[in-house]
Design a protein around this ligand. Structure first.
Ligand code: SF4
Length: 421
């Protein structure tokens, strides 16, 4: 406000001055409300509807809201549209702080308003953007349609027009009101209904059995199942490299490797596999790099790393890597057991939550640099460190996030709390 706040002080003592101050109020608020500049900030599906609102069909400019700005310094309306995760919270607050005042906020969509479908059992979603910044207008929906956003904008304009120079707007503090657990109440009500229904059913069954002691339910008629002719599964023509040929080639070079869950590579085993099978080999962690280098540079020329992921098998982890030859489309899968390393005295015990243990595996980055981000994802969510990865940092979650949320013993740390409470 600055200079404008002093206008009533100057005008009020003058004859007719307060009327003039009211007129200034009217003109200033009218100008502000008809020239709102929104900041571009969309994080997920709701953002698509926000974009639609600015396109020709809905044309948000008709309502005096100009083009979206890419810089907070050129915007006075923050439309937060989409899911906000904890990692985003800090940049979001910084953007809000960088906007010059007076500034307003519209929270668009269930996710922004309350966490939406991610409210329960989620370790990363902020349960309402009003826990981070003050919100002027809430536009509910999942997602709200562009018309709803336009309605939210009109409501905001009404709100702006009610502001006065004598009582200028001061954005409030972010809310930290405890959320009402309606889900738990609904669950209780539902369970009660189920109980009543079961009682009534039991009563009705007993009554029926007493009235019809000889009743036997008729056998339901069986529908005829049409017999479909069996279709032979033909191997895809991969320039000579079908799954069996790939398995044979790997077996010839590494005869000690076994097929995942199938055991030794034997002709009868391979014959029984479907044509679209991807040969999957169990590879000890210590041999992984040797096998990987041969797959890349040897006759199979597996030059394309399709995926690298991990499984928590409780007593150990397992890495799963799939590789492809981009010319022939031949594929192979590697399954690598990774030991869980407990601190001295610790051990695997089912049911215990958030246990402290480590795990390491050799990095595949020296062979396929593209594996780097996959390894960071596994490190972030499963806590397996990759020796040889030059950038072993978390990729999604904050550096200080407690634990690794895809581990089976992970327990919710209750992170999504108001930062300003
Ligand atoms: S509220 Fe619905 S549509 Fe909007 S971001 Fe969340 S899930 Fe997507």
């Amino acid at each position: 406000m600055g200079l404008m706040e002093n206008v009533p002080k100057v005008l009020d003592p003058l004859p007719g001055g307060s009327r003039l101050a009211d007129a200034v109020d009217y003109v200033v608020n009218w100008a502000r409300s008809r020239s709102i500049w929104p900041l571009t900030f969309g994080t997920s599906c709701c953002a698509i509807e926000m974009m639609a609102a600015s396109m020709a069909r809905y044309d948000i400019s008709r309502f005096g809201s100009e083009v979206f700005r890419a810089s907070p310094r050129q915007a006075d309306l923050f439309i937060v549209a989409g899911t906000i995760v904890e990692k985003m919270a800090e940049p979001l607050v910084r953007l809000y702080e960088q906007m010059p005042g007076p500034k307003w906020v519209i929270a668009m969509g269930s996710c922004t308003i309350s966490g939406g479908p991610f409210y329960y059992d989620n370790y990363s979603v902020v349960k309402g953007v009003d826990r981070l910044i003050p919100v002027d207008v809430f536009v509910p929906g999942c997602p709200p349609r562009p018309e709803a956003l336009l309605n939210g904008l009109v409501l905001l304009q009404e709100k702006i027009r009610k502001e006065t120079l004598r009582n200028p707007r001061r954005p409030g503090e972010p809310l930290s009101a405890p959320a009402e657990d309606r889900w738990a109440r609904a669950k209780e009500a539902w369970e009660e209904l189920e109980r009543i229904k079961d009682e009534q059913m039991a009563e009705a069954r007993a009554k029926f059995a007493a009235e019809h002691p000889d009743y036997k339910p008729p056998k339901p008629p069986r529908a005829e199942k049409p017999a479909f002719p069996e279709v032979a599964r033909e191997p895809a023509p991969h320039a000579g490299w079908n799954a069996r040929a790939v398995a044979d080639a790997v077996h010839a070079r590494f005869p000690e490797l076994k097929l995942f869950r199938l055991g030794d590579v034997a002709p009868e085993v391979l014959e029984a596999r479907p044509a679209d099978w991807i040969p999957s080999f169990e590879v000890p962690s210590g041999k992984l790099l040797e096998v990987a280098r041969w797959l890349k540079d040897g006759e199979l020329k597996m030059d394309f790393p399709l995926l690298l992921t991990s499984v928590d098998r409780l007593d150990r982890f397992e890495l799963v890597a799939q590789l492809m030859n981009s010319s022939t489309s031949a594929r192979v899968e590697l399954r690598v057991p990774v030991e869980k390393i407990f601190p001295e005295g610790g051990s695997y015990a089912a049911g215990e939550k958030n246990q402290k243990y480590g795990a390491t595996a050799p990095s595949l980055v020296p062979v396929w640099p593209g594996m780097g981000w996959h390894e960071r994802e596994i490190y972030d969510l499963m806590g397996i460190r990759f020796e040889g990865n030059p950038d072993m940092r978390r990729i999604f979650l904050e550096e200080d996030f407690p634990g690794h949320p895809l581990r089976k013993d992970f327990d919710m740390p209750g992170r999504a709390i108001p930062r300003h409470a």
